[in-house]
Ligand binder design. Structure first.
Ligand code: MBD
Ligand code: FE
Length: 279
């Protein structure tokens, strides 16, 4: 079948059959995606069994709640981010902390604290290291932003996220911290481990067929919100992780790998070497 035959078939299936009110954007997108799919079936000479297998695969992803995970692993989520960066450059908006992907494991409604929050429930102090982090939320001119919200979420020492991992209490390792009157926030938590796709799930199943792993380096997610500013969605990575620049979701970026200082009794005494608070 040639391109014109495919076009007229799609017109017939989607456009000419329209009777009631049409959502033009939905129609436009449907026509385009169906045309691209039919063209791929033609070009690759996909067999009926292969087409049904593809649909079954997407259904499996849905049933396993892995559509978001698949989007991350295929680079779709990163692609959308790259386009957002490009749109901001075109609008003359540059600088500040880079954005990176949200991922599929955010849960809304985390407990809200002011200035400081502890994120962990204290049950992993044997397994993990205590992690402190602090910073200042600033506008594009560098002015501190009081009453900004810093929403943080990350995995536990096994790489699992509360809510999805029912062995953790609700909202473990998930908090919202409101910045103080100088735009500052502080948190105490436990060092996360990297994430791995469920080994028997449909996402990892496809990654296996593509010769890819499904691992992420250790990371911490953030939503930063302030009055009159667009929201920032980002993450930081923990330096030294073997997957730091080999993330299956392509989220690592220059500027999102802060220095981590190990504090022992000795280094605490030599505190001059540590960054000054909020510097
Ligand atoms: C994660 O924790 C994550 O952040 C992403 C992007 C994908 C899978 C798991
Ligand atoms: Fe994550």
């Amino acid at each position: 079948m040639d391109k014109h035959e495919i076009d007229s078939l799609v017109q017939h299936f989607i456009v000419k059959t329209a009777r009631g009110e049409v959502n033009p954007r939905v129609q436009q997108v449907t026509v385009r995606l169906l045309t691209d799919l039919f063209t791929a079936i033609e070009d690759l000479d996909l067999q009926p069994g292969e087409v049904w297998k593809g649909l079954e695969y997407l259904a499996d992803c849905g049933m396993a709640h892995e559509m978001g995970l698949l989007a991350a692993g295929l680079g779709l989520e990163r692609f959308i981010d790259i386009r957002s960066d490009e749109a901001e450059v075109r609008a003359g908006l540059q600088g500040g902390t880079p954005r990176t992907i949200e991922g599929p494991l955010y849960v809304s409604g985390a407990p809200v604290y002011h200035g400081f929050a502890r994120l962990d429930d204290g049950t992993e102090e044997e397994e993990g290291e205590v992690l402190f982090m602090q910073g200042t939320v600033r506008d594009e001119a560098g002015n501190p932003l009081p009453r900004a919200s810093v929403e943080v979420w990350h995995a536990n020492t096994l790489g699992n996220y509360s809510f999805f991992d029912k062995s953790q209490p609700a909202f473990n390792l998930r908090r919202t911290i409101m910045t103080d009157d100088r735009g500052r926030y502080q948190l105490r938590t436990i060092m996360p481990s990297g994430y791995g796709c469920p080994p028997d799930g449909p996402t990892q199943q496809l990654l296996n067929l593509l010769g890819r792993h499904g691992r992420r380096p250790a990371h911490i997610h953030f939503f930063i919100r302030a009055q009159g500013c667009r929201m920032l969605t980002t993450q930081i990575n923990i330096d030294g992780d073997e997957y730091l620049w080999d993330d299956f979701a392509f989220a690592s970026r220059d500027g999102l790998v802060p220095e981590v200082h190990k504090i022992t009794a000795d280094t605490a005494l030599a505190a001059k070497k540590l960054p000054r608070p909020y510097s």
